[in-house]
Ligand binder design. Structure first.
Ligand code: FAD
Length: 415
């Protein structure tokens, strides 16, 4: 790094004002360092605010072991960060901002008012009071020939910054209009940093629906179903919940939760087959017996509604995925209701996803989250190569890695 000017306190540049960057900035300021935070957007925390729109799920209350397991292959790595800031510690930190939290019935933790804006407001005030300098509309463009940080500023002119250390917290690649567009991947790869391709996760999937299904049912919820799926390692996955049938396929919390293994299977095999149980509270035998009774002139739709409790969308999905002989045989129809095979062909684009998989690989960083090839440059947040389902796990890892990177900076500057 090119050291900053003569001022005795070292200057740390934090680039990216999402939860990871803001947490890093707070820790650095508390450690007595000068902190300049840069963000490409006119204001910071835009994705954090969006996450608050449908109810800000900030962490989860489940026991540590289960919590860490949510990070799949990256569990040992993310587990190190969570040892420094886990769910309970994050809740304490939120309470310290004057925001109360509660645990929902699913174990998810929310601010009492479910919103992100009051939390962000209180936090930004505390950051400003502690001396963090904010430079918005500053898009980082890499390093110049003298190894200075290079930004494009609001007036379109370049600005070079010398800092004693840098924390990059540039986010993933989804919802680019909120600031994180993943353009940093090229900047780091140019410097020889190992970056895994950013891929959608917690995302929708495509299916080849008929025109009838699309036109008649797109946008409708598929309520109370169980989705089952066996991944490439033969590991079964099962989840009960709700999803939405879209023009292109399926999306929603039930599908998001299975998105990582589904995506991997599609990458490997070109498709994945999801088994949907459309009537989870009825057994195959019950359904088969009810469906075998004489129809008495009723349509199949009516029979499915009255005897199997299936709404019009579930009924239409059966017609979509089963052939005529299966629809007319009670045994086979009951089998279809209990395990309807839906063929998924791809993920929806990264930009639509809740979060990104991929990013700066663990091997490129030391334990302090400093890039081995660029001493003094640290990384945090969603730009690192981990993924997790929704449920507060995303934000918790972003906060925790921001804290770890900041402590790493303090350690590095001290040594
Ligand atoms: C719709 C939606 C709902 C969500 N809900 C939840 C939820 O309930 N719970 C949960 O845990 N997670 C949720 N998430 C995910 C969570 O919001 C993200 O994982 C988290 O914001 C990532 O934090 P971050 O600090 O790593 O990156 P970001 O929040 O993406 O921040 C990165 C910042 O870097 C800036 N930046 C990027 N490139 C540059 C550049 N070149 N120069 C300067 N600045 C740059 C961006 O402008 C941005 O401000 C949700 C996400 C979405 C999209």
């Amino acid at each position: 790094m090119t050291p900053s000017s003569s001022c005795s306190r070292p200057l740390v540049a934090v680039i990216g004002g999402g939860p990871a960057g803001l947490m890093a900035a707070e820790q650095l300021a508390q450690a007595g360092l000068r902190v300049a935070l840069y963000d490409a957007m006119p204001s910071v925390g835009r994705k954090f605010l969006l996450a608050g729109v449908g109810g800000m799920n900030i962490t989860h209350s489940e026991p540590a072991e289960a919590f860490v397991g949510r990070y799949r292959e990256a569990a040992p790595w993310v587990g190190e960060w969570l040892r420094q800031l886990d769910g309970p510690a994050l809740r304490d930190w939120i309470h310290g901002l004057g925001i109360e939290t509660f645990v929902g019935s699913s174990g998810r933790v929310f601010p009492t008012d479910m919103k992100a804006a009051p939390l962000l407001r209180a936090w930004l005030k505390r950051l400003r009071d502690s001396g963090v300098q904010f430079h918005t509309r500053h898009r980082w463009q890499g390093w110049d020939a003298r190894q200075q940080l290079s930004f494009i500023t609001p007036d379109g002119r370049p600005r070079q910054v010398n800092a004693d250390a840098v924390v990059l917290a540039l986010g993933g690649g989804s919802w680019a209009r909120l600031g994180s567009d993943g353009s940093w991947t090229a900047l780091l790869r140019e410097r020889g940093i190992a970056v895994r391709e950013l891929l959608p996760t917690n995302c929708g999937f495509t299916a080849n629906w008929s025109q009838y299904l699309r036109q008649r049912f797109a946008g409708q919820p598929l309520k109370q179903v169980i989705a089952r799926f066996t991944d490439l390692d033969g590991q079964p996955h099962e989840r009960r919940g709700e999803c939405i049938l879209t023009e292109q396929g399926l999306e929603g919390s039930l599908i998001y939760a299975l998105s990582a293994p589904l995506r991997e299977q599609i990458q490997r095999q070109g498709h994945a087959v999801l088994q949907l149980d459309l009537a989870p509270d009825r057994s195959h035998a019950q359904l088969a017996a009810l469906l075998a009774q004489p129809r008495k002139g009723q349509s199949l739709g009516n029979i499915l509604r009255k005897r199997a409790g299936l709404d019009a969308l579930k009924s239409a999905l059966l017609h979509e995925c089963l052939d005529k002989s299966q629809l007319t045989d009670a045994e086979q129809l009951a089998g279809g209701i209990k395990a309807l095979s839906v063929r998924l062909l791809g993920t929806r684009p990264l930009d639509e996803a809740i979060s990104s998989a991929g990013g700066v690989m663990a091997q490129a960083l030391d334990q302090r989250l400093m890039l081995r090839q660029l001493p003094g440059v640290f990384c945090a947040g969603e730009m690192l190569d981990w993924e997790a389902p929704t449920g507060g796990y995303l934000l918790t890892a972003c906060f925790a890695s921001g804290l770890v990177a900041a402590r790493g900076v303090v350690d590095w500057l001290g040594s």
